[in-house]
Design a protein around this ligand. Structure first.
Ligand code: ADP
Ligand code: MG
Length: 258
């Protein structure tokens, strides 16, 4: 069930950040992978998170999507504290997460992968069955078009290139109409041409929803980022435009200079 609007602790104004992370910390056996981190993401913003390996980027996404429980701190999404919800409830609240390695159903076709990603309750409604199916097909086709897989609909996912699998997984998230999309290194293993296409895709997506992307490729980051957050040892090292963080000597020292 979607949380009832009346039950939300905060009123939802358009000016409120869609995501507000407050003093978030997680320790693994005393080691603070994310350490007193605070940041906010706006509606229709595409935020890129960069930082050296082990900086805590993936762990941060894990805490937003409920995979890892923080030791302390809060994650407010549309005013709802996600740290109190299960992973499933967080998906239903409107947060979609893509992991570092693509996880698609290799033995199913592209269409079937999309079908099983549809939000529950769609598709079967007695006499409306046929119409619903047509609507579902339209939705699948339109998403497939967006993620450059229009001509691969009947192909088994296992036969797609690595880049196409990444796109399929993004499409499987889009079909659930999330308000916030979390993408962990979405262009890893992609060709330069596929990276360009993915940049176009993400620029289009962020016109209607908020997106957080973890990425290392600075050429790619330049093409998509509205704002960049730099993490280092679980802490916020720098934040600003691409140009601002590239000129920040602390960022050059620990990351970009290497
Ligand atoms: P990044 O994505 O920035 O490369 P991670 O968030 O994956 O970094 O990891 C941050 C640090 O936390 C690393 O030192 C990693 O080994 C550690 N870490 C991540 N998850 C766990 C876990 N479940 N148990 C113990 N240590 C972890
Ligand atoms: Mg990572």
């Amino acid at each position: 069930m979607r949380p009832q609007r009346g039950a939300m602790p905060h009123s939802q104004s358009d000016t409120e950040s869609i995501l507000r992370i407050e003093d978030l910390t997680v320790s693994f056996d005393g080691f603070r992978a994310v350490d007193a981190l605070s940041l906010s993401v706006e509606r229709n913003e595409l935020r890129v998170i960069i930082g050296p390996n082990g900086a805590g980027k993936t762990t941060l996404l894990d805490m937003i999507c409920g995979k890892t429980r923080p030791s302390s701190g809060r994650v407010f999404f549309n005013g709802i504290d996600l740290t109190k919800l299960s992973e499933h409830q967080i998906v239903r609240a409107g947060v979609g997460r893509k992991f570092q390695t693509p996880s698609v159903y290799e033995d199913l076709t592209v269409i079937e992968n999309f079908e099983i990603s549809l939000p529950e309750g769609q598709g079967v409604l007695g006499s409306l069955f046929f119409r619903r199916t047509e609507q579902v097909m339209e939705r699948i086709t339109s998403i497939a078009e967006q993620v450059f897989l229009r001509d691969q609909l009947d192909q088994k996912a296992g036969r797609l290139s690595h880049g196409q699998k990444q796109w399929l997984e993004i499409g499987m998230l889009l079909i659930q109409s999330p308000e916030l999309l979390l993408l962990d290194e979405p262009v890893a293993g992609m060709s330069p041409r596929e990276r360009e296409q993915t940049a176009d895709l993400l620029n289009r997506i962020s016109q209607g929803k908020s997106v957080i992307v973890i990425e290392h490729d600075m050429d790619f980051v330049k093409r998509i980022a509205h704002k960049v957050t730099v993490l280092h040892q679980g802490r916020l090292l720098s934040e600003g435009s691409v140009a601002e963080v590239q000129e920040d000597s602390r960022v050059i020292d620990v990351y970009l200079g290497h």
